[in-house]
Ligand binder design. Sequence first.
Ligand SMILES: [Zn+2]
Length: 186
Amino acid sequence: MIYRNPAIPKVFYSDLSARPIENCAFCSREFLQPGVFYSIEKVIKNHRVDFEYAICFDCSNQMKSEMSEESIQNIERYMLEHRFEEKSREILFNEEEVDAEDFLKACRIKGTPVDELDEYQMIAVFEGDELSQRAFPIIIGIEAIEELNGLLSAKTKGEMDKYLDDLTGLPPEFIELFKEKKKLLI
Ligand SMILES: [Zn+2]
């Protein structure tokens, strides 16, 4: 997979500033320099951005470490059942030229076209001011989001909420929204 244009697609720009997102929502790390890996996730509801955030790899690994073994295994099993990794590898390892938009047309898990989804999440991984070549953007529709959310144990949800409550310096409204919307983190 080679991006025809690796620049950050405008759909991943900040909804507020209409410019690339510059900092990690959790630790404020600056993104737009070489070697900094981060992901941007947007929740789209009825064609509008309902929630968006960007998170650096260190913070997302930290958050993943709050997941219970049971939750991790449940999610791995789900992804295996849906041949997620297998299909992803096929895309990543072929040498075809691609546009980021090619990946934003349907739910990666269920195949539901994006026009038929009332709610979905859009996630992409970046390195500095470009799309990362190690991943491709994905759409996850509401049905798969709910299934995935159902696989998180009560322990994991509790640990994640506690982790979020312990973070300092973030607006409480953001934390509350994040708790409500965080459904993937994977
Ligand atoms: Zn961070």
